[in-house]
Design a protein around this ligand. Structure first.
Ligand SMILES: N[C@@H](CCC(=O)N[C@@H](CS)C(=O)NCC(=O)O)C(=O)O
Length: 205
């Protein structure tokens, strides 16, 4: 399988899941502004969306949209617990968080902060929306654990990406001990370290 990614973009979550679950993927770096794939070709030739994450499976079929890619990858390794079984309460909680991070945090905050379609007022409003979203996250975190009882899931991989980028764009979470502890807990995981370390190194290129 090939995972089309861009360093520190939301595809980091899918990369983390591959590392956490030991899923072999070939990482294919994309320059988002031009859609060029390192080594040749355009992401538009793989998917008309031209967005990461994009997963091309061994049979040539292509899966897009972070929440579906994350669940697909997690389901490849049910024993990892990264994506609880279909039909369980935990699965619906994972989907609930994936949707929240995708729509309320990724698109409502980051997309609106960075798209050229936003004027300064819209950018400021997007940044100002972050604390309310983080409050929901802080209230939802399970004590000293993760978003969904039972351990680190694909939803945590997505949220961890958001928090990582937030720190880089000046969204300060240092006043929230629950979130800071959660970030440290995620960052201590070997799979998270491997994916993040790789992508941070890629940004230097
Ligand atoms: N709806 C997509 C959006 C993914 C997305 O916004 N990816 C960004 C990087 S974080 C991207 O590829 N942007 C480039 C573009 O859309 O042109 C998903 O949930 O996976």
């Amino acid at each position: 399988m090939e995972l089309f990614y861009s360093p520190l973009a939301c595809s980091l979550a899918s990369h983390i899941v591959c590392r956490e679950a030991d899923i072999p993927v070939t990482l294919r770096r994309v320059t988002l502004s031009t859609k060029e794939i390192e080594g040749g070709g355009s992401l538009f030739d793989i998917s008309p969306k031209g967005a990461v994450p994009t997963l091309r499976r061994d049979d040539g079929s292509v899966l897009t949209e972070g929440p579906s890619v994350l669940q697909y990858l997690g389901d490849l390794r049910p024993a990892s617990g990264l994506c609880p079984a279909f039909g369980t309460e935990e699965r619906y909680r994972v989907i609930e968080w994936l949707n929240f991070v995708s729509t309320e945090m990724h698109k409502r905050v980051f997309y609106m902060m960075f798209t050229p379609e936003s004027d300064d007022a819209a950018k400021a409003a997007a940044r100002a929306a972050a604390p309310k979203k983080l409050d929901v996250v802080a209230k939802g975190l399970q004590g000293d654990g993760y978003l969904v009882g039972g351990g680190f899931t694909v939803a945590d991989a997505y949220l961890f990406w958001w928090l990582t980028l937030a720190a880089r764009v000046g969204i300060d979470t240092s006043g929230c001990a629950v979130i800071e502890a959660y970030k440290s807990r995620c960052a201590a995981r070997p799979g998270v370290q491997a994916a993040l370390g790789y992508e941070v190194a890629q940004t230097a290129r």
